[in-house]
Design a protein around this ligand. Sequence first.
Ligand code: C2O
Ligand code: CU
Length: 432
Amino acid sequence: MNRRQFLASVSAAAVLPLPGFAGQPPLKLKAETVSQQILPEGEGTTAMLGFNGSMPGPEIRLKRGARASIEVENALQEGTAVHWHGIRLENRMDGVPVLTQDLINPGDSKTYSFVPPDAGTYWYHSHYISQEQVARGLMGPLIVEDDAPLDLDHDITVILSDWIIDEDGSLVDEFTDIHSVAHAGYIGNFARGFLSRSEVQQGDRIRLRLINAATNRIFPLSISGVSGSVVALDGMALSQPRAASDLVLAPAQRADLIVDVTGPVGFDMPTRQEPYRLAELSISGENTDRQSGPPPTLAAPDLPAPGAPAQHLTLTMMGGAMGGRHGGANIWSFNDVSDLPQDSFAAIERGETVRITFVNDTAFPHGIHLHGHHFYELAADESLGDLRDTTLVAAGESRDVLCVFDNPGRWLIHCHMLSHAIGGMRTWVEVT
Ligand code: C2O
Ligand code: CU
């Protein structure tokens, strides 16, 4: 078999429900080796890493504004650290080895404690040799619940990823293959979604929380059997709901939809051949009580409004295959510097609004993530666009963003194509 070809679609497979988070505060995550049914039922299982015996890790649900304590126990043979992606938390809880914490060594534990300020869809993942540890399975969903429950029949998480996997189910150890690092990164030959529920009723009104937990794959998505709209991106409610056509999720990005179920729900990735089925929800019966009418609205994000920019920074992505020469010592760089520099890329005073122009001077798309903050994408007419923590910049294009840096500490900026991050596309800013 050509491992570069997709295996059969999962459509015939029983949907594996995500384990619910059974723990009571303080929550506990145990990083350990797990065996998971990634391939369709009846095929081989896959030896991976996970949390509490499962991959993806359990869905953590937190209350907005309430302090959460999550103990991470490391039962692996190697170090680890956990990052709470998209949460605007205290810097020392950000989970970044060297920059914000020491590694959690094998046999050790660390308790992360933070107050999530925003309701929405987030996720957690290893931030140590992350290209490899995330590809091997150290990730899971993190939901910050709305202050008041919305009028919905179900709230369903769909976490997507892909892996290079052999026919017998074993993961292929090509996590840091140099050729893929210089190109689009580790891209799986098998992809699927894990859902927190497997069935819905015809007529249900549901929320879908989509999370792209793949290390490098951009998922274009088409969702059948529903009618509704996108209501949030990267955890933050949109000011106006938006049509769900042309949905694209870069690695680490999330999208929330509120939709009415009109038939069996399919999550498909369009490909040059037939669409590739990632996950589905089957129909069991009909919901005759559901009143139609306008869908519930999410609370607006509560972030400081940007002021006049105190600085205008430019971060130029360089390198990679077909990317030409650059001054960095690794495959990729920002502004001719590869990997984490000793000194921060920029010093920012707490509360400053900063404009950043991300310039993609390479032959590949990059999903650029800023830790500890959300930023506004700026439209061509300079109006404030979506609030994001990860922005996808196509090859040869650029994107301007505006960020109020109100969170003190040392914050990473890196490509969330994790192969590119290990290939050098990482830097950091310091907010004091
Ligand atoms: Cu999703 Cu640096 O992280
Ligand atoms: Cu990249």
